[in-house]
Design a protein around this ligand. Sequence first.
Ligand code: ADP
Ligand code: ASP
Ligand code: MG
Length: 406
Amino acid sequence: MARIVMKFGGTSVADVEKIRNVARRVKKESDAGNEVAVVVSAMSGVTNQLVAYVNEAAKLHDAREYDAVVATGEQVTTGLLAICLQELGAKARSWTGWQIPFHTDGMHGKARILSIDTDELETRMKTGEIAVVAGFQGLGPENRISTLGRGGSDTSAVALAAALKADRCDIYTDVDGVYTTDPRIVKSARKLDKITYEEMLELASVGAKVLQTRSVEMAMKHHVRVQVLTSFAEIPGTLVCDEDEIVEKALVSGIAYSRDEAKITLIGVADKPGVAARIFGPLADAAINVDMIVQNIAHDGKTTDLTFTVGTADLEKAKKVIEDSKAELAFKELVADSNVVKVSVIGVGMRSHAGVALNMFRTLAEKGINIQVISTSEIKVSVLIGEEYTELALRALHTAFGLDAS
Ligand code: ADP
Ligand code: ASP
Ligand code: MG
């Protein structure tokens, strides 16, 4: 007997027939004598529609009300799954994030889980009742509904698995595992049997949306055994595990991309101490994450250009924050461009081998792709390029790093 958390993404619960299929899978685990908690997302497309409604109501809106709207999608699927489980003769009940509750901080729209009250859940699970839990949501300060950022149900599932000390956390999605790159774009992508927490963390943080970054952080911290697999077939998926469980380590294990990038260039910024702090301070105060940064050399010795990237959802807010302090920052012009994509290659082997960046730059040059911004970490190289080159760059790099399936 084991205690398991199963998580089903939007495509797995896209309609009632698919939810019935999920119910059958869940019941099988329960019938085998396991204690089961299930975390579900909203039906695929629903959260996008809810976000669109909010943006239509007001581009710059109250994030607490955004959360009240976008959290509704998951409530529908928990109730429907509980009903389908009951139809199959299983004992089940639904839980919203604030009924449990998942306590979060007050960063509405991208809240962090602080703690989860699992006592009631555990008591019921021990009697064979299946807990059907809404992913993506929690309870923030002042009794307000909060959400965990897009893709947040993965984090709900891993956090719940950690709190319940579950033996496994199985993430069911629309692909049958973690691949060397997005299999929807590169047909020759290869499925990985195992991937280290560290590589998965980098892949997720640079855009491989198969797992939300925070879910991997949490799995790593609490040693949760996470498996990524498909709900549409009974085949093994990918295990996310410690480095010492992987015998063969590749130089580059994966390539990811993120279209969720916008580039801001401030032209004619004064080239003197304190300027960068003055620009990035207000952005940090507004909870806007800045990712890649380049500062050019001052040709005239007085002014320079500063380029950085933010998430597309934060672009309008970032522009406003900077324009509001224009007088103080004394730059000439702000130029924004959201027609960019960040492409990154990842691999723990990079720690001990040089040449990955060079291979990457050469491959892109051969395809005539201009690199706009570069950033690196110990096991990652990222470049910002024009969005129209996404597929070309991914395919060329996948081949150049010897990742194509044979
Ligand atoms: P869910 O709704 O189940 O949470 P997501 O759409 O969030 O599913 O994540 C699954 C998607 O992630 C896949 O359909 C695939 O297009 C994309 N993806 C991107 N990079 C990878 C990768 N390296 N391996 C597998 N899937 C990837
Ligand atoms: N439904 C939410 C989203 O689309 C959460 C999730 O799917 O993980 O972002
Ligand atoms: Mg997802």
